[in-house]
Ligand binder design. Structure first.
Ligand SMILES: [Zn+2]
Length: 397
């Protein structure tokens, strides 16, 4: 089963936009209140009595709250429940060690709300437009830029700097791809932008970004010397913004060129399933649970963002959808420590950032290419076999 997201720009009426804001606000309030309740409850009861607050308990309380407060009742219960479910999942990921401790949602940063797939309807209007029916909001038009496939799991409405968007998360059965071009594994590294299982490596042109970064810092220094509100201040500020926009364009261009070339040559593309949002959010940690190696991770996060992995994946996803190809996301565990020749997993296999040498069989390779081959093998292995080594490695651990 493969998860795929389809994101489109919404075209809400003024009235609908008002409803969006209300939905986002109430869902945020419900999420934050539920988070607060769990924290208080933990302090008072769980530690001493072992009692537990769960999604079911909180959902029942939500029904009571809806009877009491008009403003909570005005918003669809389905998406308020979804906010509670999201919180429950956030805690689950925290307990599993996958992500950091859940933090409150903030206005201006987390403006969105979600429904489960069964709560919404989608309808095609014409070549360019479709519409989605959201509970209590009604039909909202969106620009239909590409066809959707798979079973609808959930729907997210969210606001970013370009306006309101809708994302449809879908699950696709992993069948033989229509596109019979060969498969490739891709490792997204830090030192080398990407490495492919074919041995090819490709870099984003970090020198160019470094030049832009230096220029941006220079303008920023200038800016701090100018008098706020003066003409020269305004000019310098524009320069800072222009350099930042240029950096973003360089990244975008590289990601386009690179993904187009990959999709032209390969039918199945395997990459690691990295939740970039989680990776970048977790380094800072929380007051209770400060992140480990904060400075080191902040640096790594910066370079991850610099390389625009999220954008790379986004481009790859829609270009593969267009070519009939398949994007396979594999479990990232051990891909950099496993020998692609004999399968031996050992941290010592990785001699340095760049070089890999197996302590078992002596196999030598560029570390990122070795990882890319592991990713390819994990992504193209039949699912029955795919489960077996995982069980084995858990026993070994
Ligand atoms: Zn080996």
């Amino acid at each position: 089963m493969i998860k795929r997201g389809f994101r489109y720009r919404l075209d809400p009426t003024d009235e609908q936009e008002l409803m969006f804001r209300k939905f986002a606000g109430v869902c945020r309030a419900v999420y934050n209140a539920a988070l607060h309740q769990r924290e208080v409850f933990w302090r008072q009861h769980l530690r001493t009595e072992g009692r537990h607050v769960s999604y079911v308990g909180q959902a029942a309380e939500l029904t009571a709250l809806r009877a009491e407060f008009d403003w909570i009742r005005e918003v669809s219960q389905a998406c308020e429940q979804q906010a509670l479910r999201d919180l429950d999942n956030a805690f689950q990921r925290f307990f599993d060690g996958v992500s950091g401790y859940p933090t409150p949602r903030r206005k201006g940063k987390n403006d969105g709300f979600r429904f489960q797939g069964r709560n919404v309807e989608v309808e095609k209007l014409n070549r360019n437009w479709s519409r989605v029916k959201l509970p209590k909001i009604g039909w909202v038009r969106f620009r239909d830029t590409r066809p959707m496939v798979g079973k609808l799991k959930n729907v997210t409405v969210s606001l970013d700097s370009l306006g309101w968007h809708v994302s449809f998360a879908r699950e696709i059965e992993h069948e033989a791809p229509a596109n019979i071009a060969p498969a490739v594994g891709i490792d997204r590294g830090v030192a080398n932008s990407i490495a492919m299982s074919t041995g090819e490596m490709d870099s984003i042109g970090k020198e160019r970004l470094a030049v832009l970064d230096r220029r941006r810092r220079k303008h920023q220094r200038d800016l701090s010397r100018r008098k706020r509100g003066s003409q020269r201040y305004g000019k310098t500020r524009k320069r800072v913004a222009a350099v930042a926009a240029k950096g973003a364009r360089v990244r975008e261009h590289f990601n386009h060129v690179r993904t187009t070339r990959i999709v032209r040559n390969f039918g199945t593309v395997c990459i690691e399933d990295l939740n970039i949002a989680n990776m970048t959010a977790s380094a800072k940690g929380t007051v209770e649970e400060p992140g480990k190696n904060v400075a080191q991770k902040a640096g790594l996060n910066r370079s991850i963002l610099e390389q625009g992995w999220g954008q790379f994946e986004e481009f790859l996803t829609y270009k593969l959808a267009a070519s009939g190809g398949v994007l396979v996301k594999v479990d990232p565990r051990n891909t950099s420590r496993k020998c692609s020749n004999c399968g031996h997993i050992d941290a010592r296999n990785r001699e340095s950032q760049a070089s890999f040498r197996c302590v078992e069989c002596g196999h030598e390779a560029h570390a990122d290419v070795n990882a890319a081959i592991n990713i390819l093998q994990a992504g193209t292995r039949p699912s029955e076999e795919a489960k077996a080594p995982r069980r084995k490695s858990r026993k070994a651990a």
